[in-house]
Design a protein. Sequence first.
Length: 295
Amino acid sequence: MGLIRLCFETHKGPLLSMAQVSLQGGQVTSWRNEKGEELLFTSSKANFKPSKAIRGGIPICFPQFGNCGSLEQHGFARNKIWTIEEITPPLQPNDFNRKGCVDLLLKPSEEDLKCWPHSFEFRLRVLLGVDGDLTLTSRVRNINGKPFTFSFAYHTYLLVSDISEVRIEGLETVDYLDNLHQRERFTEQGDAITFECEVDRVYLHCPNVIAVLDHKKQRTYVIRKEGLPDVVVWNPWEKKSKSMVHFADEEYKQMLCVDGAAIEKPITLKPGEEWTGRLQLLVVPSTFCDEQFDL
Ligand code: TA6
């Protein structure tokens, strides 16, 4: 079957930003700014073969985040081939005057229903805005006869110039579950999160706007989320990188995962109910960030 990639661009004057989505996993695999600079990390060892999770971009973790449930790590959605759905009526005002929008659909196969016996429709809209911002809107509808419960994450691999020169603002004093300490609960002490070793945490009930400052590139990723109370922060650092599949040993220096997620309190949908989880990514010059976002 091979991979089908969709490219769509928006024009802002002479400039061009671009996003690319793979039907494999319904996964954004590239997002570039108007200078053509890549903003998402994808491993040089990434495997694009069907039913393999692509190491990079924005994999969708559904219907399970992590490996605490009966399913494979991070669920099956990221290993599935999604279909393109004709552009449905706009979700938000002005949706249509923004070029660069695609709607994808995932429904469970007979095989999926054997391991997760719940009928659902998962609609994913990927929208590239005129400011080069990228918005992912997930809508999961229960078309099952009985309620079901799931957890979720946009497993966002941000491309950074040097992980030791990156800081996250907006998670100060927030509680987190530390996956490196049996999910023990701690409270974030620092005034900003910086990186000097492996980090694998789920921050709980977080503010809906956080920022990732890449000092060297003088750029800031502003992450806005809706319907996603939690934020996963992950960098495998040196040792873990060596044991990971589809990942080169030194690549931990150029990536940081900051995921909008719903993990601590899984979502339960009754028959006919629909859940929406939205993530908007915007890149601004760091100087702009301090003034605009009172983080
Ligand atoms: O997001 C954190 C995490 O759950 C880590 O524990 C690490 O396993 C990472 O996801 C990547 O998972 P993957 O299955 O893509 O190798």
